[in-house]
Design a protein around this ligand. Structure first.
Ligand SMILES: NC(=O)c1ccc[n+]([C@@H]2O[C@H](COP(=O)([O-])OP(=O)(O)OC[C@H]3O[C@@H](n4cnc5c(N)ncnc54)[C@H](OP(=O)(O)O)[C@@H]3O)[C@@H](O)[C@H]2O)c1
Length: 329
């Protein structure tokens, strides 16, 4: 019989293998979320109530079985996000909140964090908590991690996202304070946060550390010496950490975006919004939501899958220097 005529609900797609009793539990599955949904469908004819998503499950003898209303792998997991007050961090908070994740949010602007936490609760997060955090200062990171340990004894996802660029000056003209600021947040901030939170992850195999790098860490550009160096540093920290944590079950990933329209350029140009706007002129840049979707996907792979490194750029950006711009006629 043609697959397209197979009975659809509650399992869409291909039939279970011949000879398998519909009410028989324990379908082959390689993670607890998959087992939970398949066993519930087998026993009750419907998935369990929870935060749901659409997923595909590979069943060796039968090919791909697409089950709608899968419980999300992130439901009730603790996701810690640095730099959650704007851009990728805020969008990622909302994306994982929709999957039912619990949130620990950090940044310096707590008024913004309060708004993000409120939106995250509305979006479905059972607990969206926030605390002031400056990743460029060890005492602040220690204070933040003490607060984290008061909320939970395990972290499932650490998203090291806080950071950014300061200035676009050549090496000949740049300022110490900008260099130091970029190294503090993008490099030392990732190291400090990871050191502080690792004890809550080593006893939790399947947890993930996701660092936000940049294509600037892979290709240099004029005026970007310190930022490119900082993000190249983040890339090598990610690689070293993956080697150090091998055997613990902790996954370590870097997601390296290209041009994305957030507050990034406003911060880089110290509040000069007209100059910041010019960066994205005529380009279909990435949005914070595009990057958040990628973060969500990386964070929700089965525990034996590690997405080591991912580069995400706008279609208009073929390379760091080659950006297609639509000019006004
Ligand atoms: N947008 C892009 O084109 C692009 C491309 C590649 C990579 N990235 C990277 O993506 C990450 C997020 O940037 P974004 O584009 O979302 O920019 P954004 O809108 O400016 O967000 C940056 C976030 O980092 C936080 N942050 C900065 N310094 C911090 C510190 N010392 N301590 C704690 N939080 C700090 C900011 O919060 P507070 O100011 O409230 O502390 C803010 O929440 C950064 O690491 C950036 O380098 C951006």
């Amino acid at each position: 019989m043609d697959d397209r005529h197979d009975p659809a609900p509650p399992l869409r797609g291909r039939k279970a293998p011949k000879g398998r009793n519909k009410t028989e539990p324990s379908f082959p599955a390689n993670d607890s979320a998959t087992s939970e949904i398949l066993n519930s469908v087998a026993a009750h004819g419907k998935p369990p109530p929870a935060h749901h998503t659409n997923s595909s499950i590979a069943i060796p003898e039968a090919g791909i079985l697409t089950v709608q209303n899968m419980p999300s792998r992130l439901a009730n997991q603790w996701v810690l996000i640095t730099g959650a007050s704007s851009g990728f961090g805020a969008a990622a908070a909302l994306a994982v909140a929709r999957e039912g994740a619990k949130l620990l949010l950090g940044a310096r602007r707590t008024d913004r964090l309060e708004q993000v936490a409120a939106e995250a609760r509305k979006a479905g997060s059972p607990a969206a908590l926030y605390h002031a955090l400056d990743v460029s200062k060890t005492p602040s990171v220690e204070e933040f991690s003490k607060w984290v340990r008061e909320q939970t004894d395990k972290v499932d996802v650490l998203l090291n996202n806080a950071g950014g660029a300061l200035g676009l000056d050549t090496v000949a003209t740049a300022k110490d304070e900008d260099w130091e600021g970029m190294m503090q947040s993008n490099v030392l901030g990732v190291l400090r946060m990871t050191r502080a939170i690792l004890p809550l992850m080593t006893s939790n195999p399947g947890s993930s550390i996701i660092n936000i790098g940049s294509i600037a860490g892979r290709t240099a550009y004029e005026g970007g010496a310190a930022y490119c160096a900082a993000k190249a540093g983040e890339l090598q920290i990610t690689r070293a950490l993956r080697l150090e944590l091998n055997g613990t079950g902790i996954r370590v990933a870097t997601i390296d975006p290209g041009l994305a329209e957030t507050e990034f350029s406003v911060v880089r140009f110290k509040g000069d919004t007209a100059r910041a706007k010019k960066v994205y002129e005529g380009v279909n840049a990435l949005t914070a939501e595009d990057v958040a979707e990628t973060i969500l996907w990386v964070a929700s792979r089965p525990s034996h899958v590690c997405i080591d490194e991912m580069v995400i750029k706008p279609t208009d950006q073929a390379a760091i220097h080659k950006v297609f711009r639509r000019t006004a006629k």
